[in-house]
Design a protein around this ligand. Structure first.
Ligand SMILES: Nc1nc2c(ncn2[C@@H]2O[C@H](COP(=O)(O)OP(=O)(O)O)[C@@H](O)[C@H]2O)c(=O)[nH]1
Length: 456
């Protein structure tokens, strides 16, 4: 478990004023958080609309402000924006509201809990992400497909952390939400349903607020989009940046297209629109189910077996047969079968945009020594290729770190080059955190819960 104190201030949004001539053609949503029409549904602070946050205008925000760490249970907060004497003559109403959101990421390789604390100083201002408590357990829920009660227990354990983090008086209005990704998408429906039902049961026995539809399998489009929205909140950029995410079961590519040709040449389902702060954005986003790192390993080993050249049980040793050819080239040839004809090449990736790469892109770059774990860094696609060759050709040196490092690095190289069609010199910014906020779709999904993003 680690505690990540940070304050996030979306300056670029708070200080933007609508131009006088601007007409708002988008639907008004005064307060999309659950309203009082459902008895028992807690009320949340209003998250206001921000007008004229056009993508062209949005500037990179400076480093988020990270003040001194706070304790998990802070003392009740008091807003003092005027001297004491002023209070005596004209007392101000304290409009500060603190609220929490608990988001579970049920991934294919682990279940993670994100407990967000938001502060809203004023109803006309956006809430500020004050801090986040995070904890992860392995394996993921799908590993309990034949024993859903055990799977439910992992969620029950994580909820204990939520009970310790969220003050007791807030439990009843703090929503708990779980979204599952590739692991459950890949399971037979009855097994996935049994696991989700068990989680619902665990949620309902907890003291937290359980919204309707709080336990679901998230679709791939939302996974990419929520990660983009996380990035928007953490970094403040909506243009010129793309995001690559490599999970265990699926992989996502998401960016805001600059060229019409990208949109026109993309499969229809790869283009998604969403509204944020009164503007509509169009994203290129797709999640390739079965093309996550672990799923790709299995598929590659299966493909080797299907060829009858090397039985799957011996497939891992393949890379040691003949360093050099068998090492990198043969591996490349085999992983190519998992990618060829499956991954769409967006028109735009051949340009010069920078892509942020998260999850296993980051982990494998660290393990192979391309970047430093604490700092991350910028590399080019060709660096993955170069290091993949080195790893495959010196398996004895790297085997201790990960017996699959050669295959994983080769897969990543192949996915980037043959799959998405990136050029050798495309810059990849590898990060685990952006402005001190962990890279996860969970923050975007939590904002979506509190402030309906109107995704279509
Ligand atoms: N930094 C960071 N990495 C995460 C977080 N959640 C998941 N990951 C990474 O995502 C990868 C696994 O993704 P997972 O969710 O199991 O796979 P999926 O189900 O295919 O999306 C691993 O590299 C994790 O470290 C997070 O909150 N922060």
């Amino acid at each position: 478990t680690y505690y990540r104190p940070h304050r996030y201030f979306p300056h670029f949004i708070r200080f933007r004023q609508p131009p006088a001539h601007m007409e708002n053609h988008l639907p008004e949503v005064a307060n999309p958080a659950p309203g009082p029409r459902h008895p028992g549904v807690p009320r949340y602070p209003v998250i206001p609309h921000i007008i004229d946050a056009t993508p062209e205008d949005i500037q990179t925000i400076p480093e988020a402000i990270h003040p001194e760490p706070e304790v998990v249970h802070p003392a009740p907060e008091v807003v003092r924006s005027a001297p004491e004497s002023h209070y005596r003559s004209a007392p101000r109403v304290n409009l500060t509201r603190v609220f929490y959101g608990v988001m579970f990421d049920a991934g294919s390789t682990g279940t993670r809990i994100h407990i967000y604390k938001f502060i809203q100083k004023d109803p006309v201002e956006l809430p500020v992400l004050d801090n986040e408590m995070y904890h992860a357990v392995k394996p993921g829920l799908s590993a309990y497909k034949d024993n859903p009660e055990e799977g439910g227990n992992t969620v029950r354990q994580l909820l204990k952390i939520a009970k310790k983090t969220v003050p007791e008086e807030e439990w009843r209005r703090t929503p708990v939400v779980l979204k599952a990704t590739a692991g459950l998408r890949l399971l037979p429906e009855d097994k996935a349903c049994a696991l989700l039902n068990e989680v619902r049961h665990v949620f309902h026995e907890s003291p937290f607020y359980v919204p309707s539809n709080s336990v679901t399998i998230m679709n791939g489009t939302n996974e990419g989009m929520f990660l983009y929205i996380y990035f928007f909140f953490a970094r403040g950029i909506l243009r010129t940046v793309g995001i690559l995410d490599l999970g265990g079961g699926s992989t996502q590519i998401t960016f805001l297209p600059k060229s019409k040709k990208t949109v026109e040449s993309a499969p229809h389902s790869y283009i998604a629109k969403f509204n944020l702060f009164n503007s509509t954005y169009q994203l290129y986003t797709h999640s390739y189910l079965g093309n996550g790192l672990y799923a790709a390993r299995l598929a590659t080993l299966g493909a080797l077996g299907a060829d009858d050249t090397v039985p799957p049980s011996h497939a891992v040793d393949l890379h040691e047969l003949s360093p050099g050819y068998a090492g990198y080239k043969l591996c490349y040839y085999e992983v190519m079968k998992v990618i060829k004809g499956i991954v769409h090449q967006p028109y735009e990736v051949k340009g010069s945009s920078v892509f942020y790469a998260f999850s296993y892109y980051f982990d494998r770059a660290v393990e192979s020594g391309l970047i430093d774990d604490s700092r991350g860094g910028a590399i080019e696609v060709r660096d993955f290729k170069k290091r993949a060759k080195e790893v495959c050709n010196k398996m004895t040196q790297y085997r201790a770190i990960s017996p699959f490092l050669c295959m994983d690095m080769t897969y990543i190289t192949c996915l980037l080059k043959e799959g998405f069609g990136f050029k050798d010199n495309t810059v990849l910014q590898l990060a685990k955190k952006v402005n001190n906020v962990e890279t996860s779709w969970a923050l975007g999904a939590t904002f979506d819960y509190f402030r309906n993003l109107n995704i279509h």
